[in-house]
Write a new protein. Structure first.
Ligand SMILES: Nc1nc2c(ncn2[C@@H]2O[C@H](COP(=O)(O)OP(=O)(O)OP(=O)(O)O)[C@@H](O)[C@H]2O)c(=O)[nH]1
Ligand SMILES: [Mg+2]
Length: 196
């Protein structure tokens, strides 16, 4: 298996529409999830960088599709978060259109990492995203974030709730994750290594 050198990383482009998508021949892996769920932190953690993908305690930080070239072998795509209540209707629609446009048009997309907060049951937006991935038959891995903030017992209860409220037809795994504890980085890298 080819091993990814995560020290060789470069931001290719921050895109807001199809015409900006970078031209390349690598498979793409995209992160998606509610605003503030920890997508940018997740990218930094798996790439072992401090603030490569920009992280903020305020939701709604990532407003563009950020394409990262990792070792000329795979492109990681940080997608804006959905469901940030404080945005205006127009702003929400703009972000939603950007996300949908990418998932519908991306030719290189291999699979999606759908990040869900391990502490809560999936939101309506999470469920919509899950329906969307199934509808377009996009394979996905569920990543349960922030597990450092929850007991093992609660994690296992919530994991069941999450499984029961989502359609896991195209699901290829469920991975508990923590950017703080750096948990299961290798499990994710193995999944990415499988497609390169
Ligand atoms: N305790 C803990 N906090 C985390 C973890 N991952 C992210 N956070 C915190 O959650 C907040 C949001 O993280 P981001 O990575 O910016 O979230 P995002 O999903 O990229 O947010 P948007 O760009 O707004 O969509 C930050 O304050 C992070 O430090 C984790 O695994 N554990
Ligand atoms: Mg972000």
């Amino acid at each position: 298996m080819v091993k990814l050198n995560t020290n060789n990383v470069e931001l290719m482009i921050s895109a807001v529409s199809k015409k900006h998508y970078p031209k390349h021949n690598m498979p793409e892996v995209a992160m998606c999830g509610r605003s503030n769920v920890g997508k940018s932190s997740f990218i930094n953690t798996i790439l072992n960088r401090k603030n490569f993908a920009r992280v903020s305690s305020k939701p709604g930080k990532t407003r563009t599709l950020n394409f990262f070239n990792v070792d000329n072998k795979v492109a990681l795509v940080d997608v804006p978060g959905y469901g940030y209540a404080k945005l205006s209707k127009k702003e929400k629609e703009k972000l939603y259109d950007m996300i949908v446009e990418y998932f519908v048009n991306s030719e290189k997309l291999s699979f999606v990492l759908h990040l869900i907060d391990s502490r809560h049951k999936p939101s309506e937006d999470d469920i919509m995203m899950n329906e969307f991935l199934n509808y377009y038959e996009i394979p996905f891995v569920i990543v349960l974030t922030k597990v450092d903030k929850i007991s093992k017992n609660d994690l296992s209860k919530n994991q069941n709730k999450i499984k029961n409220s989502l359609d896991l037809t195209y699901n290829i795994d469920i991975v508990p994750f923590s950017s703080v504890k750096k948990l299961n980085i290798n499990k994710i890298l193995d999944k990415i290594n499988e497609i390169i």
